[in-house]
Design a protein around this ligand. Structure first.
Ligand SMILES: Nc1ncnc2c1ncn2[C@@H]1O[C@H](COP(=O)(O)OP(=O)(O)OP(=O)(O)O)[C@@H](O)[C@H]1O
Ligand SMILES: [Mg+2]
Length: 143
């Protein structure tokens, strides 16, 4: 079976000129379907940088990074958006929007599924919140 993520000789640096600091050096790895991987390392060692590259949230500089056999090096912004739609990414610091209800926060990501109607998105969001024990945060008015 093909790996979900395949990385070869990836390098990544922040800053330019004299301020350039390499963070990831010659990283090669494969992540296979169904595999659960724990990435460990000291603070500042580049874990988040690597994950944001895999998640197509950051443009790749050097090396090869394939997600579902699609090369991310040199990928257009449009392509990166398409790839992101196939990746579930849970951020280190949560990014819920204070101005939205719990249900609206969940519903927002379902907007990517353009075949779903507003009503379907609403019921799916309610089911998702209930499945993780947050049913009591659904405003009665939205039911
Ligand atoms: N946007 C940025 N601009 C410049 N340097 C950055 C940027 N993001 C991260 N760095 C630097 O890159 C290095 C790796 O950072 P990164 O956040 O990937 O580490 P980490 O392993 O996720 O750390 P932690 O365990 O604290 O989350 C650090 O030295 C950090 O200061
Ligand atoms: Mg981190």
């Amino acid at each position: 079976m093909e790996p979900v993520v395949s990385i070869r000789h990836l390098n990544h640096a922040f800053g330019k000129g004299q301020l350039r600091r390499p963070v990831l050096k010659d990283i090669s790895l494969d992540l296979n379907p169904g595999e659960i991987v724990i990435l460990m390392g000291p603070s500042g060692s580049g874990k988040t940088t690597l994950l944001t590259l895999i998640g197509a949230l950051r443009s790749q500089q050097e090396g090869s990074l394939k997600f579902l056999d699609q090369e991310l090096l040199g990928a257009s912004k449009k392509k990166l958006v398409q790839l992101r739609q196939q990746i579930g990414f849970i951020f280190q610091s949560h990014n819920l929007l204070d101005c939205l209800t719990a249900q609206e926060n969940v519903r927002m990501s379902l907007k990517l599924h353009t075949h779903l109607t507003l009503e379907e998105r609403k019921w799916r969001a309610i089911a998702i919140l209930e499945s993780v024990g947050l049913g009591e945060h659904i405003p009665l008015l939205s039911l």
